[in-house]
Ligand binder design. Sequence first.
Ligand code: PLP
Length: 345
Amino acid sequence: MQPSDEGWIKLNTNECPYPPSPRVVAAVVDEVGIEGASLRRYPSPTSAPLREQIACIQGVSVEQVIVGNGSDDILNLLVRVFGGPEVATGLTLPSYSLYPVLVAIQDGGTEMIEFDRSMRLPVARIASSGATAFFLTSPNAPTGVGFTNVELEAVLREFPGILVVDEAYAPFAEENAVPLLKAHRNLVVVRTLSKAHALAGIRVGYALADAETIGLLDRVRDSYNVNRLSQVAAAAALGDASYYDAIIGKIKRTRDHWAQEWAKRDWFVYRSSANFLFVEPRRAGGESGPAVAQSLFEYFTMRKILVRTFLSHALTASFLRISVGTDDEMFAVDEAIQAWLTNAP
Ligand SMILES: Cc1ncc(COP(=O)(O)O)c(C=O)c1O
């Protein structure tokens, strides 16, 4: 949900609580130019300068990079190329809710593999899923659990199809899959600037993969899929690593602090490698479950605090996903929890 009125503490879509690097605003203003001079010109169709910059940062060749209008655009290209009515696309449950929507638009079949409560990666089941492409979110959404490169390599060795590792939250994790690209031609790593880089509004994401795979994606990409201002904003953000190291560090410290605090209330909190916490609230009497999660969700909403529920599945229904906010926002969340524990029936 994206509320249209003011005054919400918005912790439901894992946006960054801090502004983007000041260099981003300066670069956009500069690009617009006097009286919007640059705006009458089409942008680089392949986002060429940005693509080169990403290749350089990630240590891959330019041919191994494609830039999209948000990572949702990239995910859509992947499903269009590798999904479809004749084949099965592999998904886990839970994971990012857009994947099955994109597969359904292409009339594709899905092969759904459920996690158990441990949320460990079911390597053998993925390997034998029969899917042509398998989508994994690492760190996982909505749990925040990160998979190790040892686990991902085991999948890459045993799974004969394309493995898409959606790393929307990787900047908050200990490890990422980029180093595995060298040895595994069936790996696609997807990234976004919407989370750690505080640029959800400009819509830039990208994928790294073998040049042949990128070539296939490029054939179905819209010719001018990333606008001129987004290209320069993303380039400015990626050029300011020290700014982002500082805010990512702050978000991780805030995350770990509140994970500990809520665990002290005897709430189950998955160990998060992302910028959100997946928590199973308990009432003062110790009760947990979907009705308890819903009660706290409604209490938060009454106080204009927006978080996410995942009521459609037994594994997730008793949990709330709370994006990591500023210190003030997190204190407001904790105060609401305290009031709910005292007052909620
Ligand atoms: C796992 C995952 N992948 C991709 C996205 C989409 O990101 P973008 O804003 O780049 O389209 C999200 C957004 O919430 C996400 O959680």
